[in-house]
Design a protein around this ligand. Structure first.
Ligand code: COA
Length: 216
C-alpha cells in the first residue's frame, strides 16, 4: 500500500516526516488506511496484550472499517503504520491522540498509545522510529508535550526515545458495551447451550421478548 491513495488514509500523509534518518530501506511509514487488512493489523496488536488479558473479539473487515470511519470523523486519533514494502506486512504501529485543553492558553497535549513492533523485527530501531514519527505528528499538530503510560519493563526503551519518568499511572476499568448487547450475548449462550437455538444473535428487543417468554 503506498501513500498515493491518500483519500483512504486516516490522516494526511503530508503530516508525516519527509525523511527518516534510520528507516531501513525495505520499510515505509504511512497512516492507517481504510483498505488495511485489519485481521493482520489485529495480529500485530495482539502482541500488546498481556498473558492475563486479551484484546477481545476480532471485528470483521466491515466492522473494522466502520470503526475506522468513526475514528476518522473524530479527528483526534492518528495511527501510523510501518509496512514492509516487499511483503506488504504491517511490522510496527503506534497511535497518538490529540487532547485539546482549556488551560495553558488552550494548549494541545499528545497521548501515545498502542506501540508495537512485530516480534520478528524488534531491536532494529523500528520502535524508536515509530515514537519519533508520533512526536513529529504531535509537533505538527501544535502539541506542547507528549505523554504516555508504560510497563516498568519498557521504561528503558522510552528513556532512549527521550522521555522521562513523571507521575504514576492510575486505572479504573468500566463495564463494556450497553446492557442490551451484554444481555443479548448472555441469552444467546444460554439458549444455544440448552435449547438448540440456531446460530444467530438476538437484538436487544428479541432478547427481552425471549427472556419474557422463558420466564412465563
Ligand atoms: C517496546 C518495543 C516497542 C521496542 O521496539 P524495538 O523496535 O525493539 O526498539 P528499538 O530497536 O527501536 O530500540 C531503541 C532503543 O531502546 C532499547 N530498548 C528497546 N526495548 C527496550 C526495553 N524494553 N528496555 C530497555 N531498552 C530497550 C534498544 O536497545 C535501543 O537502544 P540503543 O539505541 O542503545 O540500541 C517492542 O519491544 C515491542 O513491540 N514490545 C511489545 C509491545 C510493547 O510492550 N509495547 C509497548 C507498550 S507500552
Amino acid at each position: 500500500m503506498t501513500t498515493n491513495g491518500a483519500t483512504n488514509f486516516l490522516f494526511d500523509p503530508a503530516l508525516l516526516p519527509s525523511t527518516y534518518k534510520k528507516l531501513p530501506k525495505h520499510i515505509t511509514m504511512r497512516p492507517l488506511s481504510r483498505d488495511e487488512n485489519f485481521a493482520k493489523y489485529m495480529d500485530l496488536l495482539d502482541q500488546l496484550a498481556q498473558p492475563e488479558t486479551s484484546n477481545g473479539p476480532r471485528p470483521s473487515q466491515a466492522e473494522a472499517q466502520a470503526h475506522f470511519d468513526d475514528m476518522k470523523r473524530g479527528g483526534v486519533t492518528y495511527v501510523v503504520i510501518a509496512e514492509d514494502k516487499g511483503t506488504g506486512d504491517v511490522v510496527a504501529t503506534g497511535t497518538v491522540l490529540i487532547e485539546q485543553k482549556f488551560i495553558r492558553n488552550a494548549a494541545k497535549a499528545a497521548h501515545i498509545e498502542d506501540i508495537v513492533v512485530s516480534s520478528t523485527q524488534r531491536g532494529s530501531g523500528l520502535g524508536l522510529i515509530v515514537i519519533d514519527t508520533l512526536n513529529h505528528l504531535a509537533r505538527e499538530l501544535g502539541c506542547y508535550k507528549t505523554i504516555l503510560d508504560c510497563a516498568e519493563k519498557n521504561v528503558g526503551f522510552y528513556e532512549k526515545c527521550g522521555f522521562t519518568r513523571s507521575g504514576v499511572e492510575m486505572k479504573k476499568y468500566h463495564r463494556k458495551g450497553n446492557l442490551r448487547q451484554s444481555l443479548s450475548a448472555v441469552m444467546k449462550y444460554v439458549m444455544d447451550a440448552g435449547g438448540g437455538i440456531s446460530d444467530y444473535m438476538y437484538t436487544g428487543q428479541e432478547t427481552e421478548s425471549v427472556y419474557r417468554r422463558h420466564r412465563q
